[in-house]
Design a protein around this ligand. Structure first.
Ligand SMILES: Nc1ncnc2c1ncn2[C@@H]1O[C@H](COP(=O)(O)OP(=O)(O)OP(=O)(O)O)[C@@H](O)[C@H]1O
Ligand SMILES: [Mg+2]
Length: 445
């Protein structure tokens, strides 16, 4: 396939202030070649370098807008605290609004602007990974990267705004309305479809950071995966895995990956299983505020996942029993397979999608207690099941409406530190490194 070589500067021309292009030049990165081949980080000769000018690369298909820092200040009202959405390992995220005057051809829309807290070359590399992966991958279950800013030492990313924030906030925030069962299943299915798209791409991608805070929710709770800073191209040819530094989040990373650094698509499936458990139980993958033996969700829940009688003990109490028992059993059995210690015993993500597909439609949700004022006819017969079903439907609709209608509040949550890095790879399984999370994303190469 003939792929035209482009230079690094032709992708991120604004990084070099002295050579900022004229306004007519590249306000938007447009694919220049007709044949499409997804660019990988490895196609860059020196991706860690912030200032290297001659990184020869082949790029295709990106359609990203390049913003100036000034423009992003305008749309976020100078990153004002009233627009603050949250903060992760990379830095703060602010809401912004692009109006139709900002740029011809760019639709007026709300956006989320992530300001990278650059610390050495690692931050730049993760920024670049995000631009390269998300700039080229488009899917209904991946958050859309609209553009970026690369001006002097500043690195920012501009995403479509996701009105319901992250699954983490929706599931664990103390005063949020509980997510109904069908919404939980919808989220699990959509997120699995996002992963399946990555794993089954012509050039497969391992996501590596699947977790509740990276699943963002649209207004109708459609889930979209975000944060590709740790994504990796999958193994090619006869290779069974790629070797990497262990990076990810405590409680979600697969055990074999932590022990060996060997990364496969099955590492993502393990993390998916952990998120599915979070959806079932309403508990965080790691929760230091619980009694010691309940702190690690996988260890605590695993023995109960295959026993239907015990399952109800671990289901999220906030569901108040309003879930399909058959659906819960199937989802629990699926989670059990996904968190298997042996990667080969885990299902492929495409099989996960097939198993989850029907679960959102199970309606064997138990009939809630409904107090019925006795009437004459009631005194001779019980409430007909049909009535009770109607009552339940009404209750569920009400529940759903309440839920859909609740106002989204973003937590200005101080993030608990949860990243661990390469230094912990081999020694950590001996001293149980999972107990000592890093305070930030792994830095340094
Ligand atoms: N596109 C978006 N739309 C709306 N809110 C967003 C968007 N992207 C991020 N956020 C919010 O910003 C907050 C920080 O997100 P960020 O991805 O930086 O960190 P995180 O996922 O919480 O942690 P980590 O660094 O481990 O990924 C999250 O609480 C999320 O809800
Ligand atoms: Mg994130």
């Amino acid at each position: 396939m003939a792929v035209k070589k482009l230079t690094w500067r032709s992708i991120v021309p604004y990084c070099y202030k002295s050579e900022r292009p004229s306004s007519r030049a590249s306000k938007k990165v447009v694919a220049k070649q007709t044949s499409f081949q997804r660019l990988s980080l490895s196609d860059l000769s020196n991706p860690s370098s912030t200032f290297s000018e001659d990184l020869s690369i082949s790029l295709a298909g990106s359609n990203l807008h390049i913003f100036t820092l000034g423009e992003l200040k305008v749309i976020t009202q100078s990153f004002s605290s009233s627009n603050f959405l949250g903060e992760g390992g990379f830095g703060p995220v602010h809401k912004g609004f692009i109006d139709d005057k900002l740029r011809p051809g760019l639709t007026a829309q709300p956006v989320a602007v992530k300001l990278l807290d650059l610390d050495g070359s690692q931050g730049h590399r993760e920024w670049l990974t995000e631009v390269i992966f998300l700039g080229q991958l488009r899917h209904p279950h991946l958050v859309k990267l609209i553009g970026y800013c690369c001006e002097d030492e500043h690195r920012l990313l501009v995403y479509e705004y996701m009105p319901r924030g992250s699954l983490e906030n929706q599931l664990f925030r103390r005063y949020s309305v509980s997510l109904p069962w069908s919404t939980r299943m919808k989220i699990a299915l959509g997120a699995a479809k996002g992963l399946a798209f990555l794993h089954e791409a012509e050039k497969p991608v391992i996501y590596r950071d699947f977790k509740a805070s990276n699943i963002l929710l649209d207004s109708d709770y459609t889930p979209k995966l975000s944060d590709f800073g740790l994504a990796k191209d999958g193994p090619e040819g006869d290779d069974t895995h790629v070797s990497t530094r262990v990076m990810g989040t405590q409680g979600y990373a697969a055990p074999e990956y932590i022990m060996t650094g060997h990364l496969t698509a099955m590492s993502d499936v393990y993390s998916f299983g952990v998120v599915l458990l979070e959806l079932l139980t309403g508990r965080r993958s790691v929760d230091k505020n619980r009694p010691h033996r309940e702190q690690n969700l996988v260890e605590w829940a695993k023995p109960m996942l295959k026993e239907p009688r015990k399952l109800s003990r671990i289901m999220d109490p906030r569901l108040e029993g309003q879930y399909s028992e058959i659906g819960a059993r199937k989802a629990a059995a699926l989670a059990y397979q996904c968190i298997s210690h042996r990667p080969k015993q885990r299902p492929k993500i495409s099989d996960v999608v097939k198993i989850l597909e029907p679960l959102k439609d199970f309606d064997d949700i138990p009939i809630a207690f409904v107090y019925t004022v006795p009437t004459e006819s009631d005194s001779i017969k019980d409430v007909k099941e049909g009535d009770a079903q109607k009552e339940l439907k009404k209750k569920n609709n009400h529940h759903q409406q309440n839920h859909q209608g609740h106002k989204h509040h973003q937590l200005k949550s101080p993030k608990s530190p949860h990243y661990y890095s390469e230094n912990m790879v081999h020694q950590n399984h001996r001293n149980n490194g999972l107990k000592s999370p890093l305070h930030q994303r792994g830095r340094g190469i």
